[in-house]
Design a binder for this molecule. Sequence first.
Ligand code: PGA
Length: 243
Amino acid sequence: MKRIIAGNWKLHKNPEETRGFFTELLKKIEFRSDRELVFFPPATNLESTAQSLKAGSILWGSQNCCHEVKGAFTGEISAQTISFLGGRVVLIGHSERRTLFHETDELIAKKVRLVQSLDLTPYLCIGETLEERESGKTLDILKKQIIEGLKESDSSKSLVLAYEPVWAIGTGRVASLEQIQEVHLFIRDFLIQRGFSKETPLLYGGSVKPENASEIGLIPNVNGFLIGGASLEVESILKIYQA
Ligand code: PGA
């Protein structure tokens, strides 16, 4: 299985900065056949991303999409248009979407189904809050997010799962190696039980940096990373890619 290094830019960079980033990245990167590099730029920069990455060795897509292909959905992003532009992946259910934009598991499940029906790969994000962890509910919360988020999904289509403890996102506070190991093993077993491929990539996300990527990457069932802050600089994403 290829290791996935995925950058979530959130609401950072304009189209010009996007072009500049990818020009520099393509100049410096030494591609490895055992790694997959993926970017989720803001939706307004997908066209400049498509132009910059037309050679196809780096995958890209959007940070969100509408649960329907088209219609009266003001302000939404069409997964079909992402595909038309050359995007292959869509981030779904990121914790910022769940908390700041009140996305429910039900809506997330519809997005997963739609994205898979268009032959794009959903990157479904799950994770517990600090309160949930401290009250011992972590595995129950993850189980619920998996059951509900994937309830309309097609287990024969591609899927990536990203475990991101909410309290580790953008805080500089990384989950311990033991916590990550426990959760990833749990997710792996649970997905297999539910009929998903044992090859489903499981990513860890939450304050991944060049300094901690190597040791987190060695944990069993960690097949890559979803990276926010450290994906904004060419040097730091390259260090993680090479780690
Ligand atoms: P972070 O963000 O790496 O800045 O913690 C991760 C994410 O939100 O996907």
